[in-house]
Design a protein around this ligand. Sequence first.
Ligand code: FAD
Length: 406
Amino acid sequence: MNRYDVLIVGAGHAGAQAAIALRQHKFEGSIALLGDEPELPYERPPLSKEYLAGDKPFERLLIRNHAFWEERAVTLLPGRTATRVDPAAREVTTDDGATIGYGQLIWATGGKPRRLACPGGDLTGVHTVRTRADVDRMIAELPEVRRVAVIGGGYIGLEAAAVLAKLGRQVVVLEAQDRVLARVAGEPLSRFFEEEHRAHGVEIRLGVTVEAIAGDTRVTGVRLADGERIDAEMAIVGIGIDPAVAPLLDAGANGGNGVLVDGQCRTSLPDIFAVGDCALHANRFAEDRCIRLESVQNANDQATIAAKTIVGIEAGYDAVPWFWSNQYDLKLQTVGISTGHDAAILRGDPATRSFSLVYLRGGRVVALDCVNATKDYVQGRKLVLDAAAIDSARLADAAVPLKELV
Ligand SMILES: Cc1cc2nc3c(=O)[nH]c(=O)nc-3n(C[C@H](O)[C@H](O)[C@H](O)COP(=O)(O)OP(=O)(O)OC[C@H]3O[C@@H](n4cnc5c(N)ncnc54)[C@H](O)[C@@H]3O)c2cc1C
């Protein structure tokens, strides 16, 4: 049986960063990075953007090249799934029946995309967008596809819709809520993106429920709850992820929708950390509620905290959440967490395609969504950090730089 001083399960953003940070902070023990995908660790955001569009080859998505991992003596164990954790024996079992021992375990498994539970949900031509393999399958089918139904109007669905519209496909977005991005953004932002997509020829259907995917072996369309049928040769399902935490919960870790961690990313099990999309943590930018963040920022920051804790450097997770999304020529940058806001102040005119939305809770700035407005994003960060109380009229005046309001 192999044994490593640190075993990292999940070779995505958080897993890779944990290994990088351990070596940066002079950890000299053995490290293994085990993941169920066959590739070297790679960046996921381009999958629904430049990679799907064919604008970036896979090699440019790699977080580090092969030589980097070799030089830092990080043992890569690709193509293997961790199925069981035995915290008493300090062992992880993998799907090939092997057992791997560890001194400290970092769980960085992200999540698996939710699938449609309705009839036809697993037909050929129904896709999720989480891995390189997912997107390669889509790309391979595209030459035969004219019409695409995107199910779910969240960031990933909208990004895919934008790329496919640019590639000349007829795209319809089917969203169950009464606006896109309903879970993550204020109404003005939702309406702006709906209009942008419509202007690019994407049909946006709101308040619709998918009842079935039609087709014998391949998708031929989507049937809605009201009986309407929408023809499509491809369906893309973007309805969120479920954190991949079953082995840890089975082993007795506290959690539910994710594994619960403390400020140092420690789970309730001895010497087991959890980081990234799968880690449920109390976040001060969400009024100390326990949440999971699905962002590169969070994956990197939590991984760094876990690595520092392992090498004995005092550290605590307290990062301001940030995120970005690219659709067409629009760069959305968000900072803070807008959930639970009680006011949203518009800075600038959406018609100019450069504006921001500043979210307040109890009169204090909690988040910003900035569209083609990087200055607001950079300067607004401090307002979020300070939970600044600023007069709405001043916030709304786009002529006044946010840094002057700090
Ligand atoms: C299409 C797409 C676009 C995105 N765009 C953005 C963006 O613009 N900006 C942004 O900030 N974030 C974006 N994100 C989110 C961001 O990519 C994630 O938050 C980030 O990848 C989380 O890192 P992670 O390491 O926690 O999980 P992941 O990167 O998902 O890595 C987890 C890895 O663990 C593997 N794994 C799971 N279970 C097991 C197991 N039992 N055994 C072994 N391996 C396992 C998974 O297959 C995966 O390889 C996007 C995500 C996607 C999918």
